[in-house]
Write a protein that binds this ligand. Structure first.
Ligand SMILES: [Zn+2]
Ligand SMILES: [Zn+2]
Length: 331
């Protein structure tokens, strides 16, 4: 009897030891493929300089697998562009719902919408953001919050009050959106860490917000090819792509490509795609935006210590481009 009790004690003790041990939450992405796409771009249906077919063709010819045409308060139905859609290229219907509060622009993208969403206005800034996020959800779309630093519109504490949103632009290719902050105002990566540190599960996307497909391609212009996401998915289907964006099964990039991101309960391994003689530096970042580890190796590997809440990585190359992996939560 005493022996049975002792074995019982051992089982209970080992079970509680298992429960105590921290581990990374492993994404269920086995066997999935990677698809590059952009979720924010403009055409002559609003303030872009080229018609939808020219814009969509630009992305298709540059190796993108999916695109959202997101015009201001205009729903561009991809049905009219069916000739461009095939097994290599998908158009996901969308819109940039363009509202505002006083002088502050409130721009919320709706991905995979079935029809136009009319912008909603409210008596507060937070209320205006929330009501437009809610309107996208009510239309069975996926919202993302656009360029918070454009005209210094939203603070990080206002963004923390928004519910039911999972995607935030941490890089937007438009020249006037102040991705990096300054003058005491946080940059988008700092904002992202502020939200994550305060327990909000939110993923960082990079987008073009392109308007200019004609003429010179130059930094002061709003050209395509500056920011994108690479999403893991079973197949190239709109619902699958937007669902996996909201699962955080993707990375955002301005130029750095990744071969793979391998998460196990104990570690995160980032396999960077080599390009010519470029060199890479990977920072693994946790709560409060603290850099937990810097790696100059490829692959870059972070081993869990057990004290983290989340770990994300930023891979920078020697030419100034970057890729951002999504936060892996610790349980
Ligand atoms: Zn906008
Ligand atoms: Zn835009």
């Amino acid at each position: 009897m005493r022996r049975i009790l002792f074995i019982h004690f051992l089982i209970i003790a080992s079970m509680s030891a298992c429960q105590r041990r921290a581990e990374f939450v492993v994404p269920a992405t086995a066997g999935m493929n990677w698809f590059k796409g952009n979720t924010h771009t403009h055409t002559t249906m609003s303030d872009g300089d080229s018609p939808p077919e020219v814009v969509a063709r630009w992305y298709k010819e540059h190796g993108y697998r999916f695109l959202v045409l997101s015009d201001h308060n205009v729903f561009t139905d991809p049905v009219n562009l069916a000739a461009l859609v095939d097994s290599t290229f998908l158009l996901i219907p969308g819109e940039e719902i363009t509202a505002g509060f006083r002088k502050k622009p409130v721009h919320i993208n709706g991905l995979n919408l079935s029809q136009l969403i009319t912008p909603v206005f409210d008596s507060s800034l937070v209320g205006t953001i929330q009501k437009n996020v809610d309107a996208v959800r009510a239309g069975n779309g996926v919202p993302h919050i656009n360029h918070p630093n454009f005209r210094w519109a939203f603070s990080q504490d206002e963004l923390l009050q928004i519910n039911n949103d999972k995607l935030l632009e941490i890089f937007n290719g438009h020249p006037q959106v102040h991705n990096l902050g300054g003058g005491g105002w946080p940059g988008m990566e700092q904002v992202w860490d502020h939200l994550l540190t305060n327990g909000k599960e939110i993923y960082g996307i990079a987008v073009d917000d392109a308007h200019h497909f004609q003429g010179e391609f130059a930094p002061p212009r709003s050209n395509p090819g500056r920011g994108w996401v690479v999403v893991r998915a079973k197949n190239l289907a709109a619902r699958e792509i937007v669902a996996n964006l909201e699962n955080g099964w993707f990375y955002a990039s301005t130029g750095v490509e990744l071969d793979d991101i391998v998460v196990t309960p104990e570690q995160i391994e980032i396999r960077i795609t080599p390009i010519r003689d470029f060199k890479f530096r990977t920072e693994f970042i946790g709560s409060g935006g603290k850099v937990l580890l810097k790696s100059e190796s490829n692959p870059a590997i972070y081993k869990l210590t057990g004290n983290e809440k989340y770990v994300r990585a930023k891979v920078s190359d020697s030419g100034g481009f970057a890729a951002w992996t999504q936060p892996v939560l610790v349980r």
